[in-house]
Ligand binder design. Structure first.
Ligand code: PMP
Length: 385
């Protein structure tokens, strides 16, 4: 079995599991309890917060644990509407649904306005248009992601942050796909909110965090106890928090080596596929090394009649993500690929890697794909793109 769907979620690192186990076992205290068991749990939570803050060059009081990035994005947006009273939001049509659907909900129910920054056929955000929108609406709320989860495109968040600062806008960035994969130094990147989710870097599912710049004070989305300085009520997921910080530490320890390794895997896949398929359709900038995450490549293959390639690969034990634009096979396709104006004759496949993938797995994938697209289909394919 070959797992090439690491942008959806990654396997738990065994060292992370080991670090978590005591907090699922004997250290079961509630961090709000004042006795020894409670204190031990509280220490674990605060030490994890310190670790994460140090890695990001942030302060511990700027890190708020949540159930994941969906909640963190929702909290940033809801807080900015209800507490900070923002009425104009700027985002791109390529953001994750946890941003786009939240904004759509608030647009319909709370009279906010949402402007979309122009993006081109490669999924690149037009920063000139962002400046134009900010000139017309200074002091807006800008939400632009760092790395795109479907096509792997990277946005220049440092530059975007500087533009936002010029126009006194608040800047939120969904950094789920880049956290633990690229250096993120918050003393250099002017950002007010960013988010992380442990299961994207070999940590557990159901735990993440929101970074809130200390100049900003939000009111909660979830009301109750005084956990997380009353911004996020509810007993902390202690084992999850320990897993999150352990996974992030491990990711940072090996950041450069892992990057190089992923780049090698991705480059190898692209090279080998190009040998078999004379022309390949890459979605977004996923074949551009400096503009794209080394962990993601998104490719359009010719549609195979009434069978989905993603299902055929699944039968062969190769697990990838479909994420096609709307077609006869997928009723509600990917909004990202639709936005890019992808050819619906093609079935778009996202391959996403982790440190556990190997070159031999790539070889096997290429072999399986060349068997699926026999020589006559390859010719047809070359003509079709
Ligand atoms: N943003 C992006 C870019 C993502 O890829 C994901 C996960 N698919 C999320 C947000 C949501 O993260 P979580 O699973 O922690 O809710």
């Amino acid at each position: 079995e070959i797992y090439f769907d690491n942008a959806a979620t990654t396997p738990l690192d065994s060292q992370v599991l080991e670090a978590m186990l005591p907090y699922l076992g004997k250290h079961h205290g509630n961090p709000s309890s004042t006795h020894q068991y409670g204190r031990r749990a509280k220490d674990a939570v605060e030490s994890a917060r310190n670790t994460i803050a140090t890695l990001l060059h942030a302060s511990p009081e700027e890190i708020f644990f949540t159930s994941g990035a969906t909640e963190a994005n929702n909290l940033a947006l809801a807080g900015s509407i209800h507490t900070l009273r923002f009425r104009h939001f700027i985002t791109s049509p390529l953001e994750h649904d946890s941003v786009l659907k939240s904004l759509d909900f608030y647009r319909k129910n709370y009279q906010i306005r949402v402007s979309l920054v122009e993006t081109d056929a490669w999924g690149r955000v037009n920063l000139g248009h962002l400046q134009y929108l900010l000139q017309k609406n200074p002091a807006s709320f800008v939400s632009l992601m760092h790395g795109n989860n479907e096509i792997g495109n990277l946005n220049e968040i440092e530059e975007i942050g500087n533009i936002c600062r010029t126009y006194k806008a608040v800047f939120h960035s969904d950094t789920v796909q880049t956290l633990g994969k690229r250096q993120l130094n918050l003393s250099k990147v002017p950002v007010h909110f960013l988010v992380g989710s442990a299961h994207k870097f070999h940590g557990p599912k159901g735990i993440g965090f929101l970074y809130v710049n200390k100049q900003i004070h939000l009111q909660p989305l979830i009301h109750g106890g005084s956990q997380e300085k009353s911004l996020r009520a509810g007993t902390e997921n202690v084992a999850g928090i320990v897993g999150l910080s352990t996974a992030l530490s491990l990711a940072y320890e090996n950041l450069d080596d892992t990057q190089k390794y992923l780049q090698k895997l991705k480059g190898y896949l692209i090279r080998r596929l190009k040998e078999v398929f004379p022309q390949l359709t890459f979605n977004g900038d996923s074949d551009q090394q400096d503009k794209s995450l080394p962990s993601i490549v998104n490719i359009g293959f010719p549609a195979l009649g009434d069978r989905a390639l993603v299902d055929i690969l699944n039968e062969k034990g190769i697990y990838v993500s479909g994420g096609s634009a709307c077609s006869n096979l997928v009723e509600h396709g990917s909004h990202v690929l639709r936005q890019l104006g992808r050819n619906l004759e093609l079935e778009n496949i996202r391959f996403s890697f982790s440190k556990y993938n190997t070159l031999a797995e790539v070889d096997y994938l290429v072999k399986v794909l060349s068997n699926i697209y026999e020589p006559q289909n390859v010719l047809q394919y070359a003509g079709a793109v």
